[in-house]
Design a protein around this ligand. Sequence first.
Ligand code: ADP
Ligand code: ZN
Ligand code: ZN
Length: 818
Amino acid sequence: MGWDLFERAASRVVRVALPVPVDRAFDYEVPEDLAREAEVGRRVRAPFQGRRLTGVIVATGVTPDVPDGTRLRALEAVLDPTPALPAPLLAALAEEAEATLCPLGLALAAALPPGATPMSERGFALTARGREALAQGAAAADAKSVLEALAEGPRPAVGLARTTRASHAQLAGLERERLIARTLIERGPRARPARVRVAHLVPGLDAEAEAAKLARAPRQAALLRALAADGETPTAALAARIPGAAGALRALARRGLVSLAEREVALAGALEAHAPAVELTPEQREAAETIGAAVRARSTETFLLHGVTGSGKTEVYLRAVAEALAQGRQALVLVPEIPLTHQILARLRGRFGERLAVLHSGLTPNERLAQWERLRRGEAPIAVGARSALFAPMRDLGVIVMDEEHDASYKSEEGFRYHARSLASRRARHERCPLVLGSATPALETRHAAERGRIQRLRLAHRIGSRPLPAVEVVDLARERAAHPRGRKLILSSLLLRALRETLAAGGQSIVFLNRRGFSTQIACVDCQHVMRCKHCDIALTYHARAHALRCHYCDWHTPPPDRCPGCGSEKTALLGIGTERVEEEVRAALPDARIARLDRDTAVRRGTVEDVLRGLAGGALDVLIGTQMVAKGHDFPGVRLVGVVNADLGLHLPDFRAAERTFQLLTQVAGRAGRGALPGRVILQTWTPDHYAIRPAATHDYERFYAEERTQRERLGYPPFGRLALVRVSGADESAARDAAALLADAARSGGASGPEVLGPAPAPIARLRGQHRFQVLLKHARADVLRETGRRVLAAAERLPRDVRASIDTNPLDML
Ligand code: ADP
Ligand code: ZN
Ligand code: ZN
């Protein structure tokens, strides 16, 4: 293919990647007056098949790739004042696009901020020579007004001509004399960051002592304690929690105890109350020094920071960031999802102040653009965010950190199907900076790369303060059931119930985890076993008690529960399985006096809910939190002493070769939430399969044992990291058309002969129907990625001949096999 990004010659032709589904870039002539601005990585407007498209320059000075005698079309405008995609990022994107078989223009379009039509126009700026002429009074009278107008800064050409009454010929004359120069000027409306009011304690305040003095102003005392526990908090959130907070805050501000300020929404509220630079443990120090040396040496090494939960990985990240800043460079910190961004953001802000920008999908497009522009203008040397933060337009990265590197949310599942780990590794190589992958439960691929010596593993084997990892007790649900024949429905075992009561009585907090929202999974007919399914997706509907509705968790279609079984007309239906909503009911019945909250996608639809609930847990306002995997990840809640897992087996039997790995990771993460404070933690894990190789090592915190077993399985079956997969997906409203298309693509995949990959299928996808589309798949398996890519290209070429209403795509690193 060969987009040679670094090709340079004397020609005034540039190569532009356009957002069209064609696997090539296009050449354009650069008009004289744009020559200086036509730089790699800037966006341009270019004519294309009767339209105007916004593309990105990927190479300059190229030899045109067109038949002799063809006239190239000219660029119409350069839109960015500086590159939107700096060269190292662009090079990394081009490689990842090629590896994932995504047309370059589409990959680049995905990397640009949403809704950001860059705003810039042509204008003039004063040159050093012009400034001198002005200072010496050497300019002619008609030139003087122009130079004076530009002395305050660059001006758009049109406005300049109007206000100074200079003609275009005069301006061109001044340019020839090099008194003024053409430039691009950013033009409004610039994205304006939305702001909110926040309150925080003045630094160094002994909040408890001050609160004690305020016995007669209980609201003010409560506010001081809340701010001491949570750090900076939006005033609206305080008002929601403490009635009359507004007046009390003003009183506290008058006393000089509290500061009120305005913050960009994207950053607000996330500020750790106390963020002293701690003294590192010996393990942390060794890791931080190794990474720091790599930052200073501009080494492109990848590190796996493999640390048990609570071992202080974040502190090591902060040191790496500080080292990059000390070198005058920038840092990028990736975290899996929105609730996680918050906590690490709080720590980064506690350490580095306002010098950071946040990029994640919880922001409005305007807020996101405002953050992106701060990065491009170099106003913030640190970017934090979910996987798309990898596209941050920073110019000289000193380190990239990827927390919880095993997390599935790092994989993009649509359009440009990149994996953030792979793209981060490419970007780090082009930036000449190290990459730090952190996890307690590294992805099999990552751990294997360390075993092979391709990346360096740094171990943090102990929790901070020699805290023990929590003791895990396994409840065998089959035995529990045998012990309580015909009793109540088995949701909370007697051991878990007792532990919840004991923890509450001792003033501790508990998390009850179940990775399925809703009330009960399914409604089934007692007589014929008919299960109600979504009419668009091949998925059992979930019963939601509060709404009294059956709801599809894939497409959100819902319907009231039927009075009679659609299969046999029976009136007897039963609830099978359980969801978080049902667990909540059970916990409320068992602990009537406890303060209980639930966190899952149903309760988290309102913006800010997740933060509020997590803040409530951190601040001690909650006794029990019930939730899905939203509560499982990374958070540091010192008050949590008990974690109960209602059903450890959910997800273990999904038709996905990563099911065991995901289960192990999730259980380890959840268990890691317990006992992070001064008191030891306790974990109760309920399971129907206590001897499964993903369950047992999770109970003993034995990653290496799980790894050894899973590695053997993968090797035997040729799954990653021992073999490569590519998944061809086909979908269409018409079942037979989709099936025929899948067969056609499978034939195309097989046409490579004996040297080609193993081709499995076509077969119906594990979720055979989704949102009304019938889904089929073809799985390609081979030891070598390049063989798969070549086959993939053949499949994509064949896919161009498919009927319009059938959609086909290929994923060269499928993570979601359903
Ligand atoms: P991990 O990310 O590995 O789960 P964290 O980085 O959240 O662990 O650290 C756990 C807790 O220990 C945090 O409250 C953190 O502030 C604290 N901590 C980290 N390093 C140190 C240290 N060297 N000394 C004291 N406390 C530390
Ligand atoms: Zn559905
Ligand atoms: Zn029936």
